[in-house]
Design a protein around this ligand. Sequence first.
Ligand code: NAD
Length: 289
Amino acid sequence: MSDSLNAQSISRAVILGAGTMGNGIAQVCAQAGIEVVLFDINDDAVATGLANIKRMLAKAVEKGKASPEDVAATMSRLSTSTDLIASCAGAQLVVEAIPEKLELKQSVMAQIESAVADDCLIASNTSSLSITKISAGMNHPQRFLGMHFFNPVPLMALLEVVVGEQTDAANCDLAVELSKRLGKEPIVVQDAPGFASSRLGVCIGLEAMRMVEDGVASAADIDKAMELGYRHPMGPLRLTDLVGLDVRLGIAEYLCEKLGDRFAPPQILRDMVAAGKLGKKSGEGFYKW
Ligand code: NAD
């Protein structure tokens, strides 16, 4: 980390990937006063991402959580691009939120490193991949770590700062302070499969699916058990529908490979994904949407 770079001095960020997570991350960075370039390889994705930010900010105004002036200031700090090298000029922070594919993230890291200064903090929003592996080919892996945001980013307080084997302690501290600047509650987690949140959350979700499979109770009643009995804001099956059953299956397969059979995907999950029941995004999962 350079002597001059601290969480408050970060003034220019690039967010890679304008999808579900990327546009939310861009929004919270811009709201915190950072000039943000929202980059995607796809023109439609940047347009949709920006429209989503506008919608989220309009809702914040409706709820009295932001003023029209705040929204105008936030929007003035946001720009979009499909030119990676131009986007990265002068960036002090890059957060990638591109698809969950190791080789893709590794190749994008190589492109980023060639386009930013040596002290630019680079973070991945991966929900399950190894931070150490993503950084395997990097020239300066000490400035790379996980900043795992939660969906929807503007509303969710938690941020997991994931420390890779080569992450510099000062950069971990920088990411923790930056998380606070973004209005998040950071926790620091070592680079273990599933970090803290996915490992526990997926574990509960898979057991809930096995309970549906065994006919223990309906999806709605299993969810109610956790909502009313354990004060979870949302039951594990409804949450699975929101995350996407295909996404959950991918994470379960990965955790099963790394941590053992307790994460083996239940047959019901495989069958529902094969039948196109992916949750909210497809109109049906454990619930009809
Ligand atoms: P998404 O599919 O909604 O968006 C991904 C975007 O990346 C797309 O717009 C795509 O066009 C773009 N993209 C593809 N290749 C690119 C490249 N080379 N450079 C720039 N952009 C590229 O995905 P998402 O749900 O936002 O997930 C992104 C990351 O965030 C993944 O690593 C995922 O595991 C993680 N994550 C997702 C959630 C969630 O709830 N969706 C939560 C936490 C973390």
